[in-house]
Design a protein around this ligand. Sequence first.
Ligand SMILES: [Zn+2]
Length: 480
Amino acid sequence: MLVFATLYTCLLAGFCASDSLADTIVLKNGRKIVAGNIVESDGKVTYQTPAGEMSIPESIVDHIDKNDFAYTSADAARSAAASVHVDAAAIAPTTGYDTIAALAVHDAAIDYEYLARLDNQARFGAAIDIAKDAAAHHAAAQFLIRRGDTNSAIDQYKQALVFAPQNTGLLLNISVLYLRQSRFTDAIDALEQARRVAPNSADVAKLEGWAYYGANKVDQAVSEWQIAQKLRPDPDVAQALKKAERDKSEEETYREGETAHFDLKYSGAATPDLAAAILAALEDDFNDIQSQLDYTPPEQIGVILYTDQAFADITRAPSWVGALNDGRLRIPVQGLTGVTPQLAHVLKHELTHSFVGQKTHGRAPTWLQEGIAQYMEGLRSGPSAAALLQAASEGRPPQFNGLEGSWMELSGEPAAYAYAWSLAAVESIVDSGGMGDVSRLLDRVAVDPSPEQALEAALHENYSDLTAQTIQYLRHQYGR
Ligand SMILES: [Zn+2]
């Protein structure tokens, strides 16, 4: 039987672990079981482990900790931002917002002349004119956001803030957009400005917590979320706070190292030499991925080196998980004294996830994330090509729309199959149009309504074209 040899390595080594999310069952005796697919019913708790399905009586279970790892903290910030709703009334309470919005955006376009007129009136400083100007720019920004044009939406808020620098509605909205783009420092600046006007805003504290968390400043994230919880308790914040507090207590004793693009923390189990070697390898990887994907992450990327035990305690990840990327790269390095070839693969794979996640504002489908990460770490389809071609000839070609979401439910062969097709698809894209096509595709993924629409916009292909192209590529490149 043919197997997907290389891809099992990827799975078992576990550095694709961000797709293998898991929860923790905490027993009354204090023991913890890390598992996936936890189902509670009929007095039993059933769960999946790498060894198969297990079940235990509910009576011995204290509670279940749910995990929610995301590729980037931008993802987390994005969903957090979605829960902060700043409506038009908060921006321009004294104006008839709907009337102004209808003048600012009509016939599926922004009326820039109207906006310029309002800007001119606002210059004289009358409160009502400033409010009208804010309302119009907010309407224009919301229109641009629906079109996926975050940069231009930010420009609209910036323009409105020229005349209304103390409008907290505008400040919250612009900081949400900065968070989406992983521009944490800009978000913090806008939020600090909002705080001076509205010191007791729970939304300011909540968003600032996400901004600090994204900027790898866990201490400040914890204190912001504590403030937010005092002002207005919120279950999302409670969960984020719990996770950040676990990080904070572990990292208190850690040493730090910094380079242009990375902020590294490590425990006493790692030597300064190892930390320096890892930073040097990451800097090389950064430069390579930066030029290949034509993208520069706007902020330093956090990296944490763990001992194996601390890694399991903090990430609550299964014991077979090698490393994680949940916005920071979390890498267990027990017993290592230098960058081994396997660690080098792990570093580049996980770092690629950070680039792809940030370039697409957290919108990349899983097949594209994993395809690019495997490609960048240097894997190629040779060892799995025969199995993939056979699967295709048996009527099991890849179903890319089924591989867009979480791969958490996949295990064993279906997962290996998913990784293998994803790598082959990315290889075929690079083969036909170079890395420039991959980069363009990622740019469209960031703004288009669906990954398939992005594929059509960037490469003039739909999923069935991509399937045919992938199969043809495998035959041509690796066929006998
Ligand atoms: Zn991966």
